[in-house]
Design a protein around this ligand. Structure first.
Ligand code: UD1
Ligand code: UDP
Length: 367
């Protein structure tokens, strides 16, 4: 009988990084693969499902405007209980560190369903940064039975927390697998204008950055936009209304700041690949940019992705106006500094992470 593997995800980044694995599981006759989506994100999740042609078996559709962490958690717990108790999968796969990740893991634990954590072992060791992701991933790892760590560093973090070595597999990151589906030399955009390598891409959405940190960063960007009218700053705004209201208020009347809708992942990856540099507080962008050789100024005080900093592509700059201004200015005016960051060195594997995860599952469960 086929081994019953369920994948559960709910937000854009989980969907992008689970999609290649779902595709690989669907193509493998040893597995009966089913997908549950929580719909923690609605539009941004559906964009990914469309691109990868994934049709969920269950969609519990929990999103509401300005949802609280408590609402997300309790709705997922309530909705997954009957599905898991009826279906009794052999393994539930969760991804990363969102509230979907943690709540689905807890729901599986209550049904004594085995849990596999994809992208396990990332740590800042600061439970409020990023919030609530650091706690979500630590709590998920307490509950998980098998760990798919993207790198040796994430494996070591799990070992340091006394998780047994025989449950941890180093697999690479499925973000690299996803980029094999999306990036193309012949890509032509209908979604944004390419201005001869003079695009600067901005993404910003973290809960702890909403409010003053975001206003400080936007102030620095406005100064740069005025001083460098030949560059265009492209901001595909997250659907979070709090982010959008701030961006629309701060960036009104700037001809070279484009506020656009979230791009689908094909458009976004190809935009990144063609941009001069990126400003971002995103986790996924920190994994993707090193293999593109596009510098990223990381708008955070901590990162759970030190591999990209060591590779040289990422620089952790925080959210102080003067520092953000200075770092942007340096990339625009100091070509030595730019060249030091702009080389492709991918610490996240060779795009075989999904295949490695499947091998790990067959090994661990002796299939
Ligand atoms: C969530 C994750 C975060 C992840 C991020 C990726 C949690 C607590 N946070 O944060 O770890 O980095 O996703 O983007 O799990 N909204 C829409 N449509 C969408 C998506 C969001 O309207 O397609 C709006 C809704 O009003 C929603 C709000 O955005 O209430 C916030 O979404 P939520 O998932 O709670 O938090 P994110 O900041 O997106
Ligand atoms: N992304 C996208 N469209 C956009 C912005 C980002 O497809 O307009 C992709 C990006 O390439 C990465 C993922 O979304 O794969 C990151 O999502 P996000 O920044 O929302 O979440 P995080 O990674 O911070 O959890």
């Amino acid at each position: 009988m086929a081994f019953k593997v369920f994948s559960v995800f709910g937000t854009r980044p989980e969907a992008i990084k689970m999609a290649p694995l779902v595709k690989a599981l669907e193509a493998d006759p040893r597995f009966e693969s089913k997908v549950i989506v929580t719909g923690q994100h609605r539009e941004m999740l559906d964009q990914v499902l469309r691109i990868f042609d994934i049709h969920p078996d269950y969609d519990i559709n929990i999103m509401s405007t300005n949802q609280s962490l408590t609402e997300i958690t309790t709705k997922i717990l309530q909705a997954l209980q009957p599905i898991l108790s009826q279906e009794k999968p052999d393994l539930l796969l969760v991804h990363g560190d969102t509230t979907t990740t943690f709540a689905a893991s807890l729901a599986a634990f209550y049904q004594q369903v085995k849990i596999g954590h994809v992208e396990a072992g990332l740590r800042t060791w600061n439970k409020y940064s990023p919030f609530p992701e650091e706690a979500n991933r630590q709590m998920t790892d307490v509950l998980a039975d098998i760990y798919f760590a993207p790198t040796a560093i994430s494996r070591q973090n799990l070992i340091d927390e006394n998780h047994p070595a025989e449950k941890i597999y180093v697999t690479g990151n499925t973000a690299v697998d996803a980029m094999k589906y999306t990036i193309s030399n012949t890509y032509v955009s209908n979604a944004f204008e390419i201005t001869n390598d003079k695009n600067i891409v901005l993404t910003m959405h973290r809960r702890e950055n909403i409010g003053d940190p975001m206003i400080r960063v936007f102030s620095a960007i406005k100064r740069i936009a005025k001083e460098h009218p030949d560059y265009t700053i492209v901001f595909p705004m997250h659907k979070n209304p709090q982010v959008r209201e701030l961006a629309q208020a701060e960036f009104a009347n700037f001809a070279n700041i484009q506020l656009i809708e979230p791009l689908d992942v094909v458009d976004f990856h190809n935009l990144m690949a063609r941009s001069y540099f990126i400003l971002s507080d995103s986790g996924g962008v920190q994994e993707e940019a090193p293999s593109l050789g596009v510098p990223v100024l990381v708008l955070r005080d901590t990162t759970e992705r030190p591999e990209g900093v060591t590779a040289g592509t990422l620089k952790l700059i925080g959210t102080t106006e003067e520092v953000v201004y200075r770092e942007m200015k340096q990339l625009l005016t100091d070509s030595d500094c730019y060249q030091k960051m702009a080389h492709a060195k991918n610490p996240y594997g060779d795009g075989q992470a999904s295949a490695n995860i499947i091998t790990a599952i067959t090994d661990y469960f002796s299939l």
